[in-house]
Design a binder for this molecule. Structure first.
Ligand code: NI
Length: 189
């Protein structure tokens, strides 16, 4: 696995998510990838390539968008790249540990799993988290009040769920911004 694989993974998700713009799109995966690389840079000894590819593919089989079984989309890419079975399984395990709903409180097993988890959760926070919440809410027919509920049920809990030090720092900033936003929103409404 090398830099070329990472470049092709970016192209692969662009095609895969074509036509989606509800917050689970290629742009989300690219932001998660960017967050993951920032965290990986601050985490010596982690497997950077596994983190990079898993971050890019982490929503490739998201059940809200695809009805693929057993990570079929991610596996198709890894097969096309001739990535060996052991590395592929490691990447699939990282991908499967990201989902909020599938994992609940189950702890991650490896530092790579924690990195991609943190990276995905960071993208649900701050300015981008706010933008995604209302984009998704609009698509689901939810108004402003219902979307605000989502902050209290999920987004404001994420800060305390970060595992890596640098993600905790990034989360702190994004968390305060969301609180400020909710305050302003309350004033305006
Ligand atoms: Ni995601």
């Amino acid at each position: 696995m090398n830099e070329q694989t990472v470049i092709r993974a970016k192209e692969y998700i662009q095609k895969l998510f074509e036509g989606n713009s509800d917050g689970h799109d290629a742009a989300h995966s690219l932001r998660v990838y960017r967050n993951a690389m920032l965290i990986a840079d601050a985490t010596p000894g982690c497997d950077r390539y596994a983190v990079a590819v898993a971050a890019l593919l982490h929503d490739a089989d998201d059940h809200k968008l695809f009805d693929s079984k057993d990570n079929a989309n991610a596996r198709a890419f890894l097969r096309a790249e001739n990535i060996d079975a052991q590395t592929s399984e490691r990447i699939i395990r990282i991908i499967n540990s990201v989902s909020f709903s599938k994992n609940k409180d189950r702890p991650a097993q490896t530092i790579e799993e924690y990195i991609v988890r943190d990276a995905d959760r960071l993208d649900a926070m701050g300015a981008v988290g706010i933008a995604r919440t209302f984009a998704y809410g609009g698509k689901a027919g939810r108004g402003i009040d219902d979307s605000v509920q989502h902050f209290h049920e999920k987004l404001l809990l994420l800060r305390d769920m970060m595992h890596t030090r640098i993600a905790r720092e990034m989360a702190e900033e994004r968390h305060s911004f969301m609180l400020r936003f909710l305050e302003e929103l309350e004033k305006d409404t």
